[in-house]
Design a binder for this molecule. Structure first.
Ligand code: CP
Length: 311
């Protein structure tokens, strides 16, 4: 198969196992392209893409924009904070006005879970979800899977731990769905208050013991405590204090040194240094955090290129 089975990427749920393998294989071809002296291909010269960001982003926004430009697409960027959304324009009106300017594909980050699904039912364009609230972040899961494969080879049977604020994490849900399709075993680990009860129904193990989880896994994907979804830094109702969270669930070199083998450390960013991960671990040779960011461009090139093939 050399084309995707879907026209949109609203979540990993849209993808079959062979779609994921096709995206990862195509991404490795694009990774070779972006490491050449001339990092561009003319593949999508006829495509115009709008990146709509209704929520803050550094990695995803710049990575999509670079991916689109490396494919020679025309790109327009929209930030809700400086748009007519501030004057009360609806999401559907906003997107229909952008589409009237002959835009072919929309990449959207939105704070509300399900926003890309709603938009898909209301407007006539292809949609890529760049993160919708606490729901899904499919391209993050794909770039994470690509980065794990690069380090560990085939993910079949590999043990992946996702640690931290699972309750508020779209990265966790998309990673679980993607890794399971690739045959990996997934365990989530964190305080009881930050692991929603429904997560076990996805077929993952649940642990509240970080040391036991580190001894079990090949990869620890450390998630950020999302204080902005918990009422801000003054209010931490899900655990007593950041200091206590760090003591029980923070990844430190002391913890890693107690293991009998090295494990791979990941983090989707942005990092809360000294909370879920110590600075020395984040900057260590076992951490592939910046590889994840590099691979994000190649993976997003693959997603856009393949979606453009099913227009
Ligand atoms: N990983 C990630 O989604 O980062 P940004 O919020 O900076 O895009």
């Amino acid at each position: 198969m050399n084309h995707l089975s879907t026209r949109h990427l609203t979540g990993i749920r849209d993808l079959q196992e062979q779609d994921i393998h096709l995206i990862l294989k195509t991404a490795s071809e694009f990774k070779e392209v972006i490491n050449r002296p001339i990092r561009k291909v003319p593949s999508l010269r006829d495509l115009t893409i709008a990146n709509l960001f209704f929520e803050n982003s550094t990695r995803t926004r710049l990575s999509f924009e670079l991916a689109e430009k490396r494919l020679s697409a025309d790109v327009v960027n929209f930030s809700a904070a400086t748009s007519s959304v501030k004057k009360g324009e609806t999401l559907v009106d906003t997107v229909n006005n952008i589409l009237a300017m002959k835009v072919d594909l929309v990449v959207m980050r939105h704070p509300h879970p399900g926003a890309p699904h709603y938009l898909k039912s209301q407007v006539n364009t292809q949609i890529v979800n760049a993160g919708d609230g606490t729901h899904e972040h499919p391209t993050q899961a794909l770039l994470d899977a690509y980065s794990m494969q690069e380090r560990l080879g085939d993910l079949q049977g590999k043990r992946i731990a996702i640690v931290g604020d699972i309750r508020h994490s779209r990265v966790a849900i998309s990673n679980i769905l993607c890794l399971q399709k690739l045959g990996a075993s997934v365990r989530v680990c964190g305080p009881k208050t930050l692991i929603p009860k429904h997560i076990a129904s996805l077929g993952v193990e649940v642990s509240h013991d970080l040391d036991a989880t580190l001894a079990w896994c090949d990869v620890a994907n450390m998630l950020r405590i999302q204080l902005e979804r918990q009422g801000g830094e003054e209010m931490v109702p899900y655990f007593p204090s950041l200091r206590e969270y760090q003591a029980r669930f923070g990844l430190t070199s002391e913890r890693l040194n107690r293991l009998d083998r090295a494990i791979t450390i990941m983090h989707p960013g942005p990092i809360n240094r000294g909370v879920e991960i110590s600075s020395d671990v984040a900057d260590s040779e076992h951490a592939i955090i910046l590889d994840q960011v590099e691979n994000g461009v190649a993976v997003r090139m693959a997603v856009i290129y393949l979606l453009a093939g099913v227009r």
